[in-house]
Write a protein that binds this ligand. Structure first.
Ligand code: SPD
Length: 387
């Protein structure tokens, strides 16, 4: 190209660039004041429950891990969640609230949803271990029974959403044991002549086991009285010879197979196993037992993408159909009023899932005890290590 042609070409390019800059690409795009559409709140697109909410450009993570109790989902739930959202999901399990707490306090990462019980949520909020939920991403929150929006440990569900609730009592093998003990005395003071002596387990769970012992002794299951706790500890140590072990994950199967005759455990675990083995029943001993609410929460430290995917999972669980299948399969009580409205009548009327008032009044929540929690832990270590 000749020099004069090159100069002409450059001049044309400069003029074109200046013309574009003068328009700024805006003159035709910027709406005139009179034309500007007003944002109408009612016109804002609503995020479908299963659709990724458009949140500041954040896209949900491709994959999340739920840290949950064992046997605590419907077998189709994770597949359904992936089909609806494209997000892969898997789970890891813990055996007690204390294990969950210790693991997270120890720096474990990689979990986007965790499922602690009531008193543990209180501890985690106090210790700043939980993310605040973005309710805009959880429109199905409206399905929660109002009772579950006013919980002492998290009023307004700022950090957590109730998952399922249940009770702790005794399950037994109905084929091998005709008359299980109606009092905790049969467990804590079992005689060698009792058929269940050496063939029963207690939960491997400090607060649950101490609650049962304290309730039997007639004390507050959240006592901070060291003398009462010492008495409970001695009761538990003396009971050890009749106890086959402490177990939180397989106790119901050991009852179903007949290896053990009875166990201290959670209502839904026994009722699920009853479906499998056909020989298990469950009851609350005459002195009472515990009641609890497990919750879906997001631990601090997740990425914005994981948090969004976790909120989508929480929203999915709150879907009426999903809540129904979860509760009915696990035989735990759903906190979702819309799930309950469409649930099977057998589930809704099952007194082992939804305890009637005369049982309900004998049930006690485990409460957070602050620093005193360590006294329970020390006594529990002494029980476990006693010969
Ligand atoms: N298999 C699921 C059991 C869930 C039990 N969570 C309740 C803990 C109450 N301390």
């Amino acid at each position: 190209m000749q020099r004069k042609h090159l100069i002409a070409l450059i001049a044309i390019l400069i003029i074109a660039a200046m013309a574009l800059a003068a328009c700024g690409g805006q003159a035709t795009e910027a709406p005139k004041p009179t034309e500007a559409p007003k944002a109408q709140p009612t016109e804002a697109p609503k995020a479908e429950p299963t659709e990724a909410p458009k949140e500041g450009g954040v896209k949900p993570a491709d994959e999340i891990v739920v840290y949950n109790w064992s046997d605590y989902v419907h077998p189709d739930m994770y597949k359904m969640f992936t089909e609806r959202t494209g997000i892969k999901i898997s789970e890891d399990n813990f055996s007690s609230n204390e294990d969950l707490l210790a693991k997270l306090q120890g720096g474990a990462t990689g979990y986007s949803v965790i499922v602690p019980s009531d008193y543990t949520v209180a501890i985690m909020i106090e210790e700043g271990m939980l993310e605040e939920l973005n309710h805009d991403n959880i429109p199905n929150l409206k399905n929660l029974d109002p009772e579950f929006t006013k919980l002492y440990y998290d009023p307004g569900n700022k950090y957590c959403v109730p998952y399922l609730w249940g009770t702790t009592g005794i399950g037994y093998n109905t084929e091998l044991l005709e008359n299980p003990p109606q009092s905790w005395e049969g467990v804590f003071k079992a005689k060698e002549s009792d058929p269940w002596y050496g063939r029963m387990t207690l939960l491997d769970d400090v607060r649950e086991v101490f609650s049962a012992a304290l309730i039997y002794l007639g004390y507050d299951n959240n006592t901070k009285d060291e003398a009462q706790l010492q008495e409970a500890k001695q009761l538990l140590i003396d009971a050890k010879k009749g106890v086959a072990g402490y177990d939180t994950d397989n106790y119901e199967d050991l009852v179903g197979t007949g290896e053990n005759l009875l166990a201290h455990g959670w209502n839904g675990d026994f009722l699920q196993a009853a479906d499998e083995y056909g020989n298990i029943d469950y009851y609350i001993p005459e002195e009472g037992g515990t009641i609890w609410i497990d919750n879906m929460c997001i631990p601090k430290g997740v990425t914005p993408e994981e948090k969004l995917a976790a909120e989508m999972y929480i929203n999915f669980v709150l879907d009426p159909e999903v809540g129904k299948m979860l509760g009915e399969y696990n035989y735990y009580a759903t906190p979702n009023k819309e799930s309950l409205a469409i649930a099977d009548p057998d589930y809704k009327s099952n007194p082992l899932v939804f305890p009637p008032p005369e049982i309900r009044e004998k049930l006690r929540f485990i409460k957070p005890l602050g620093e005193f929690e360590s006294v329970y832990q020390r006594m529990w270590d002494e029980v476990k290590s006693a010969q």
